[in-house]
Design a protein around this ligand. Structure first.
Ligand SMILES: NC(=O)c1ccc[n+]([C@@H]2O[C@H](COP(=O)([O-])OP(=O)(O)OC[C@H]3O[C@@H](n4cnc5c(N)ncnc54)[C@H](O)[C@@H]3O)[C@@H](O)[C@H]2O)c1
Length: 440
């Protein structure tokens, strides 16, 4: 089958590679010339090594290519996945201009075609977007009728950055929302080789499943942070508390770790978008407001922890290790590093930062701080350090690096280091959510 994927981002390229690996011929259409060139040379525009390896193979064997001409790419395909970005606007509402633009290109292509094509919305969009925005644009620009001349589906994506390929090949579930039976059947057939539970719904339910999932994950993280913040004040280590709580199958062990809060391209944006959509229907979601407020406060917990050891950070040199929203990726969208650095600067600290992969991206949004070329250089002369992202290489820091700090104080904002190992290497360890034993 010939498949067109619109948008060569995380979701688009993971989808393209997955279908390429299943033996389909895939064309990836993107308006960004640089991305198109990168994909055609087998390179990803972001850091995701296993996905890049498979992409390179597919490009080499001509199973996958990228083009700038979206209209022709759609015209030559039987199934079209719309995977463009849906970023947050300042109000929290999602910006669907990229979705509208991509949809218009699809409509233009449909106008010229005679065959039945299935258009699949994969971008995360709030309930009713696919039937009340995408469908009318498709029908007006193509002059054709949904459910008759073309099919329309909504197929939310659940992949996590850092494991994009694995999550695409082995998804926890495949949700197929469709406007009509025929288009849903086509998509179900396409996914047949993937051995995962399937769920068929209407378009709006499929859209809402994505938001319900991300709202729950965000709630779980903010819940963990709230419990941890209370544990700390009660003189208790939150680690065993959350671990034991998570052993209840109704709660589950994953995403129950305190930290500096959630970031990334999805959770903050999706929670804000759902809250905004609820508000537009005159429903004030107090739960979503509370979990966002808890999330905004978490970086301050980390700074507070540092200040218990070194006093006010004013005029102190503070090292920030890890700038991406989590270890293993170079994505800085909604990274907690940004509010962390802003708050440190507001308190008068001199900030020096390092990240193994995300530094170039972070410099663009925060050009005024000092950047180090390695974690070791970052720690040199620092009065304290906050580990913001759980990069595995930070675990290797030891006596050599800590001994060059002015004050060897490490705040583990992601509970990713071994407290004993840090202490044995001569530094003071302060872990977020830990009890008194790890705060001395
Ligand atoms: N990144 C994730 O982990 C993830 C996971 C699940 C769902 N999602 C959702 O999937 C969607 C895509 O996210 P992403 O992270 O892949 O985005 P991205 O920003 O990485 O990529 C989007 C791509 O679409 C291209 N594009 C924009 N307008 C276009 C147009 N009119 N025609 C052709 N190409 C166009 C852009 O140039 C860009 O390359 C979003 O709605 C997001 O919420 C993302």
């Amino acid at each position: 089958m010939r498949i067109c994927v619109i948008g060569a981002g995380y979701v688009g390229l993971a989808t393209a590679v997955m279908f390429g690996k299943l033996g389909h011929s895939v064309v990836c259409a993107d308006i960004d010339e640089i991305r198109v060139k990168m994909v055609n040379s087998g390179k990803l525009p972001f850091y995701e090594p296993p996905l890049e390896k498979e992409l390179a193979k597919l490009v080499r064997t001509r199973k996958l290519k990228a083009v700038e001409d979206v209209v022709s790419a759609v015209a030559d395909s039987s199934i079209v996945f719309i995977c463009v970005q849906t970023p947050s606007m300042p109000s929290g509402r999602i910006d669907i201009r990229p979705v509208k633009a991509a949809t218009k290109s699809v409509g233009k292509a449909l106008r010229k075609c005679r065959d039945y094509k299935v258009i699949v919305m994969k971008s995360t969009v709030v309930p009713s977007t696919t039937d009340s925005v995408v469908q009318p644009i498709l029908e007006i620009t193509s002059g054709k009728k949904s459910g008759v001349d073309f099919g329309l589906c909504m197929n939310p994506e659940f992949l996590q950055e850092g494991s994009a390929l694995k999550d695409s090949m082995e998804p926890s579930r495949i949700v197929v929302g469709s406007a009509c039976r025929r288009s849903g059947d086509v998509l179900m057939k396409l996914y047949r080789p993937i051995d995962s539970p399937r769920f068929r719904t209407d378009l709006r339910s499929a859209e809402m499943i994505k938001y319900a999932s991300n709202a729950f994950l965000a709630t779980k993280i903010s819940y963990s942070n709230e419990i941890a913040n209370m544990c700390v004040r009660f003189g208790i280590d939150s680690g065993p508390v959350l671990k034991a709580a998570g052993m209840d199958p109704r709660i589950g062990p994953l995403f129950l770790k305190p930290g500096l809060g959630f970031g990334g391209s999805c959770l903050p944006k999706d929670v804000k978008a759902l809250k905004d959509k609820a508000r537009s229907e005159r429903y004030d979601s107090r739960l979503l407001s509370a979990l966002l407020a808890i999330n905004s406060r978490q970086p301050i917990e980390g700074i507070g922890l540092l200040e218990t050891a070194i006093g006010p950070v004013k005029d102190k040199r503070v090292a920030v290790l890890g700038l991406s929203f989590k270890g293993g990726v170079d994505d800085i969208r909604e990274t907690r590093a940004l509010p962390l650095v802003i708050e440190l600067l507001a308190r008068g600290a001199r900030v020096v930062a390092f990240d193994p992969m995300a530094m170039d991206n972070f410099i663009k949004i925060m050009p005024t701080i000092e950047y180090a070329r390695s974690a070791a250089e970052c720690l040199k002369g620092a009065d304290g350090c906050i580990v913001q992202a759980d990069w595995p290489e930070f675990k290797k820091l030891g006596r050599n690096e800590f001994s060059k700090m002015r004050q060897a104080v490490i705040v583990d904002g992601r509970r990713c280091l071994e407290p004993e190992a840090v202490r044995e290497a001569g530094a003071r360890y302060l872990g977020i959510g830990y009890g008194p034993a790890h705060r001395q």
